[in-house]
Structures are given as C-alpha cells and as structure tokens.
Design a protein around this ligand. Sequence first.
Ligand code: UDP
Ligand code: MG
Length: 167
Amino acid sequence: MNQAALVLIKPDGLKKSLTGNILTRLSETKLEIVAAKMVRVSKELAEEHYKHLKDKPFFKDLISYIRGELHERRKVMAMVYWGEDASTKCRELAGATNPEEAEPTSIRGSYGRITTAGVYENVIHVSSNPEEAQREIKLWFHPEEIIVDLYPAKEIVAREYKRKVWA
Ligand code: UDP
Ligand code: MG
C-alpha cells in the first residue's frame, strides 16, 4: 500500500556533507519525494516531534541536537517520501537507532556516532510507521507544501495573516 514517511537529514548529516549521499541511498527505494524544504527547527517543533521521549534523561540534549545547537548548523532538511511501504523501506536503509548496533552498511551504521554525552547522532530521521508519519508530516509541513493530497485538508480564508512576500 502507498504510504508516506517523513525523512529528516539531521544537523550532523548536513554538517558532514551527507545530503547527496543520503538521497542517493534512499533513491534505491524507488519512492517518490513529494515535499522537501530546509527548516530552522523551533524549540516547540522539536519538543512536539520528540514528545514520546520527553521523560528520557537525554531529552534536553536531543532537542539541542535536532535544533542544530551541537553542530553550528541550525537547520534540518525535511522531506516526505511516498510510495509502497515507504516507512519500512526508508527505515531499513536508515538502520537501527543506535548507530553502533545499526547494520554497518546502513546510513546510520555508516555515518552515525554516539557522543560522549550519550546522544545517538544518527544523521537521519525516518518515521517509524504510517501513523507516526501522519503525525509528524502534519507537524513539519503545510498541505500546500506537499504535491500530492496525503491527508484530508480544508481551505480557509485567513484574515490578518502576516507573511513575507518578495519586495
Ligand atoms: N536517541 C538517543 N538515545 C537513545 C534513544 C534515542 O540519543 O537511547 C535519539 C536518537 O537520535 C534517535 C532519536 O532520539 O534517532 C529518536 O529516538 P527514537 O526512539 O524515536 O528512534 P528512531 O525512531 O529515530 O530510530
Ligand atoms: Mg522514532
């Protein structure tokens, strides 16, 4: 069945110049990229994204990590992959959460590391299943930023909506 998966190239992946490499690896899946952008990750977005880990001792460091505070790269590349078994296929290529336990040829196994503070810097995030994907994609993207209709959306007329346009 066609599914969507959120894929993030984390700040360590960007700092290590792994973008092209990771995209090439993920292209083996033959999935389609239906959304992509660079994001400056707010504290709110980071905490909501990782809310399932909020009681973990490494939570604060994890928030700093995903916001790029450990890598002087305050950005993340966010993408939506779409197609047959998207999350399973992308996670398989990503490898296990702990880069030391990940398959050595997987993306995390090849490029991840564990910091002395104990955070797994594993260069990439992939949604763990379609339900998580839906939750995460709705956090990271607006419907208009995705070129297919993934989830039900509605049109609204926004009044007093402040946004930037080209000068
Ligand atoms: N993480 C960590 N130590 C742990 C577990 C997780 O540093 O013991 C970090 C790691 O960067 C991981 C992220 O928290 O990618 C989210 O954890 P999750 O359990 O959701 O793993 P994932 O879905 O990313 O494989
Ligand atoms: Mg997860």
